[in-house]
Design a protein around this ligand. Structure first.
Ligand SMILES: [Zn+2]
Length: 107
């Protein structure tokens, strides 16, 4: 469990670094208007989208760490079954076992 916790906090740390870098890049908002199709604008929008994705991942990683602290990490939130360790290695912040995840995807 210790190793998993470290992997997750390392992942969170790296996400937070990326978020900080993006937020800095986003502070310089390009001018809209005359320069339509300005590559700076497009890049800014891409960064904004990327930032949202990173923040979502950071938030689910943070929740996974919290579940770890409460000792409920690795347990399916729906059916309470233990989540396959191989699945956890690929998706450290997953909250569902493979069966429930497949069911959720089909819903
Ligand atoms: Zn389940």
């Amino acid at each position: 469990m210790k190793q998993e916790q470290k992997t997750l906090s390392d992942a969170l740390q790296s996400l937070e670094n990326q978020i900080a870098a993006l937020q800095k890049a986003l502070e310089e908002k390009p001018e809209y208007g005359m320069g339509k199709g300005d590559p700076g604008v497009t890049q800014w929008e891409l960064n904004q989208t990327l930032l949202n994705q990173l923040q979502e991942r950071a938030s689910s990683t943070r929740k996974a760490l919290q579940r770890m602290e409460h000792g409920i990490y690795g347990t399916c939130q729906r059916c309470g079954a233990a989540i396959n360790p191989e699945r956890l290695a690929i998706l450290p912040d997953t909250r569902l076992c493979i069966r429930c995840a497949q069911k959720a995807a089909g819903e």
